[in-house]
Design a protein around this ligand. Sequence first.
Ligand SMILES: C[S@@+](CC[C@H](N)C(=O)[O-])C[C@H]1O[C@@H](n2cnc3c(N)ncnc32)[C@H](O)[C@@H]1O
Length: 299
Amino acid sequence: MFELVLSAPETLVEPVSEALMNELEALSVSVEDADADTDAEKALFGEPGMPAARPGWNRSTLKALFQTEEEASQAATLLLAQEWATELQVQALQPVVEQDWVRLTQSQFSPVEITERFWIVPSWHEPPAQAREVIRLDPGLAFGTGTHPTTRMCLRWIARQAPALAAGWDRVLDYGCGSGILAIGAALHGARAVDAVDIDPAAVESTLANAQANGVTVQAGLPELAQGEYPLVLANILATPLKLLAPLLCGHVRPGGHLVLAGILERQAEELQAAYAPWLPLQVLDSEDGWILMGAARA
Ligand SMILES: C[S@@+](CC[C@H](N)C(=O)[O-])C[C@H]1O[C@@H](n2cnc3c(N)ncnc32)[C@H](O)[C@@H]1O
């Protein structure tokens, strides 16, 4: 394969990426900060699952992969001939060094420590010696590998509630289950019946497969699966959907039960408290890397 490396100002990132993918038969296009690893490097991100606020940096490096050198070179010639692309520069046209992609991907996912004894471990790793509760999970299409602070905070909270889960919090609802990691975590810590729901059918499938691989029983389905009241309702989504879901999620919390919410940035605490105030008094329970865990118990 051949790689065409281009340098583009912010205004050209979107049209050039689209031309590469849609008309010039690039196999993939990646965009990086041309100032990466210098003092001028700038973070550029939106909330998980949401588009970034801007399509590119002041100056971006675009790397497009092509099957052959001829395709890569033709793409460069055609792009440079466009009158709207005068500020585009070709930096390189080079063969791509063969890599062991499986090994490279695997090396990026190591076991994740939730507590000293509770770990998330990819299938190609041995669990650490001190691990007592282990979720075996490989990166897949659905969100939730344990590497995101919001997931880790939920799992830490679940681990702390293990005695209550085993003693009587017999039903748990994981709303927005993704890979099913929270549902599996609750089941491993003693919850007897766990319902996991998501609007994404791929997440439902992934949850069922991951639960089976971990030897726990989880009922997974679309949101209609959630019925009645639960002693524990977990939802790691994002602030905006969490605000819309407030009456529904609170309606699933049994008297004396707990609601735990994640996917919320520190600066969003007050808007979440206001949105849930008619039903439950949310408090901040934990925080990590700018994200907070919020929760409340129903009287
Ligand atoms: C941030 S992921 C969390 C996954 C996992 N529970 C975790 O803690 O890592 C959020 C999940 O919520 C799902 N979701 C988003 N909006 C939803 C909604 N209105 N109802 C149910 N699920 C929703 C998404 O499809 C996604 O799988």
